[in-house]
Write a protein that binds this ligand. Structure first.
Ligand code: TXA
Ligand code: MG
Length: 327
């Protein structure tokens, strides 16, 4: 980032940060763990900017930050007892909870998953910022794909300075490693899915026993899509050129997922077009709901075509490949 921009873009002006976020822009926020790259979690266009800025070739679900439990309740379906206890003892703090969510949270934020990751960070400036907003903040760590997480405003300026409207400078992150992530396992019992700033001892002191489910590949960015942390359609999906696939599979009455146009000569009601105007960003934020809708049709097969392999299109194709790999 250039010297002049640096002076204008970094500071401790909470109001400035608040204005940028309300406009749907990206703001880097300080937290006690690491700096976050934040956007209005209710605004899909804004959330999309996070993925573009991080230049990550996959969609990863994002942590949603609020300043209070009350502000989370409208988008949570239910908060189990163990979660209430952990929240009461450790929020604000380096704890993230995976909880069932409703439709108020866009699919893009959770990568289509039924649970959302939520956290109240413990940093005075960010708490002041969150109190000033009437929406929560979706924020991953503020590093580009493949880089380590930033623990100072200057790290963000170096790595993502050109991508953000403002960097709220809250000094060094006091903890310096990401939050501990806890959610229910298959049996409904709490389990740790990522080790982080909140120790296992503190957790056990609050709720007693807890199991640890760390997938060793999780922290490797290239492999994180291998986690079950993405929505995958149950219906078989084949990825390829629709005109090539249809002659072979047409007799199975598949549904089609196309990029920008209805495939001529095939029933319109069996097709979903991601973006009729060839807008790759629109395609990105419609992707998860389109997959979900196709999955609910009860058909045996989905034929999908890749989108242009540029910008956020890479993440879309990655998602489609994974959906296809399943079948
Ligand atoms: O300390 C932190 O947690 C920082 C600060 C900014 O809050 N944030 C952070 O975000 O580390 P990120 O995106 O770098 O890591 C979040 C992790 C990812 O591994 C993601 O897969 C997982 O949380 N995650 C988020 N939402 C999820 C969901 N709905 N289900 C499963 N995993 C989820
Ligand atoms: Mg990260």
């Amino acid at each position: 980032m250039r010297e002049m921009d640096r002076a204008r873009k970094i500071g401790n002006d909470v109001e400035q940060a608040s204005i940028c976020l309300a406009r749907g822009e990206l703001v880097a926020i300080p937290t006690e763990t690491v700096y976050g790259l934040a956007a209005n979690a209710f605004n899909q266009e804004a959330v999309l900017k996070i993925f573009e800025a991080k230049n990550r070739p996959q969609f990863n679900p994002l942590i949603v930050h609020t300043g209070s439990l009350e502000k989370m309740r409208p988008f949570l379906l239910q908060i189990p007892d163990w979660a209430e206890k952990l929240a009461a003892s450790h929020w604000p703090g380096p704890l993230t909870l995976l909880l069932p969510r409703n439709e108020v949270i866009p699919d893009l934020v959770t990568a289509g998953l039924p649970r959302v990751a939520v956290r109240i960070p413990n940093h005075p400036l960010t708490l002041e910022l969150l109190a000033s907003l009437d929406f929560p903040l979706a924020a991953p760590s503020a590093n580009p794909f493949g880089y380590i997480s930033p623990t100072a405003a200057s790290h963000v300026a170096e790595q993502l300075g050109d991508e953000v409207s403002y960097i709220l400078d809250g000094g060094r992150s006091t903890i310096g490693i990401e939050s501990t992530i806890i959610g229910a396992d298959e049996t409904g019992e709490p389990a740790v899915f990522r080790l982080g700033g909140l120790s296992l001892e503190s957790i056990r002191n609050t709720i007693g026993k807890i199991s640890v489910r760390i997938n060793p590949v999780e922290e490797q960015p290239q492999s994180s899509g291998m986690l079950k942390s993405h929505y995958a359609p149950k219906t078989r999906l084949i990825l390829g050129q629709i005109d090539v696939l249809l002659p072979e599979y047409g007799h199975q009455d598949p549904y089609l997922l196309t990029y920008n146009h209805i495939h001529p000569g095939y029933p319109v009601e069996r097709q979903i077009v991601l973006s009729p105007t060839s807008n790759i960003r629109e395609a990105a934020y419609r992707l998860f709901s389109a997959l979900r809708e196709l999955d609910s049709k009860g058909s045996e097969l989905i034929l999908a075509e890749p989108v242009p392999e540029k910008g956020i299109g890479r993440a879309i194709n990655d998602r489609l490949k994974k959906a296809a790999g399943k079948g």
